[in-house]
Design a protein around this ligand. Structure first.
Ligand code: B12
Length: 237
């Protein structure tokens, strides 16, 4: 069976909700580590979770106060996609190809995480944008037309012969919206639109960020995802 079919079966087994095989051969070596292809994948956050964070202004603060971060859906799903990446990299290597997991742990352990500036060489957002999955919003998150930015993703770099589809990156759907900037409790978001020539710091001051999830859940695209899917999930119950 060809490796692409085997990887797709493995992704299904893992419960991955979306995945893309992306050509990264044109990116600089310090980004693609000489790998021609990236496997980007992820899982969505439940509409109920988005609702919960929206309705409780102290959501993350209460988690920390009650020592319940271990039960937080975002935290659990971020850990899950990172573990999936490590598993998939091992799976691909066992099949005789090269692979590099871009899990936070592996990037850190292999010395590619600039902890002072919170920078990794090839952010998942860069790959997701090349996959045509969405645009980088004013909140510096990847915004997908269906899920908004309410999802967790990870990636694996590989030389396995996977069929990649070249997509034109989506243009920004932020327009004149400043919800993320206005909702950020520490005023970390500038409100600038993303452009290739702009650095991350012209979008968000990461040293101010308190990881409160608000810029993710209050994004109108995330709220629409929540509204569209909440009705669905309640109808099913
Ligand atoms: C370090 C990190 C942080 C840091 C710094 C965040 C930042 N904006 O850089 C801190 C701790 C502050 C943080 C906070 C959060 N994070 Co965070 N974080 C990461 C991590 C591990 C690395 C990101 C990184 O390397 N940043 C460095 C900068 C330079 O890159 P970047 O801004 O991410 O992306 C740039 C490139 O993509 C570039 N780009 C894209 N295409 C192209 C093309 C060209 C030619 C060029 C030049 C550039 C370019 O444009 C972007 C802006 O410059 C990623 C996982 C990963 N490995 O990607 C998760 C990740 C980005 N975080 C995520 C989330 C959800 C959050 C929070 C909402 C969590 C929370 N609890 O509140 C907040 C939101 C803060 C914010 N608005 O950015 C998700 C994003 C999901 C999505 N929809 O996009 C990720 C992918 C984690 C995951 N596994 O899902 N995070």
């Amino acid at each position: 069976m060809d490796i692409e079919k085997e990887i797709k079966i493995e992704l299904k087994k893992l419960g991955v909700e979306f995945f893309h095989f992306v050509d990264i051969s044109h990116l600089p070596d310090d980004q693609n580590k000489h790998f021609p292809i990236a496997l980007l994948f992820g899982i969505s956050l439940s509409p109920e979770f988005v609702q919960k964070v929206i309705t409780n202004p102290r959501y993350v603060k209460d988690l920390i106060r009650d020592n319940k971060t271990g039960e937080d859906e975002f935290n659990l799903k971020e850990i899950r996609v990172n573990k999936m990446a490590d598993h998939l990299a091992t799976f691909i290597v066992k099949k005789g190809f090269k692979a590099y997991s871009q899990s936070e742990e592996n990037i850190e352990q292999t010395g590619f995480y600039d902890i002072n500036n919170h920078i990794t060489p090839l952010p998942h957002k860069t790959i997701a944008r090349l996959a045509g999955m969405g645009w980088i919003g004013k909140n510096d998150l990847l915004i997908n037309p269906e899920m908004g930015c309410a999802f967790c993703m990870c990636s694996v770099l590989t030389d396995a012969p996977l069929q990649t589809l070249l997509h034109d990156p989506l243009s920004s759907g932020c327009g004149e919206c400043f919800v993320c900037k206005d909702v950020c409790p520490v005023d970390a978001i500038t409100g600038n639109n993303w452009e290739e020539s702009k650095s991350r710091d012209e979008l968000v001051d990461v040293h101010k960020c308190i990881t409160c999830l608000k810029c993710m859940v209050f994004c109108p695209y995330s709220k629409t995802y929540m509204e569209n899917n909440t009705t669905l999930s309640t109808a099913e119950n």
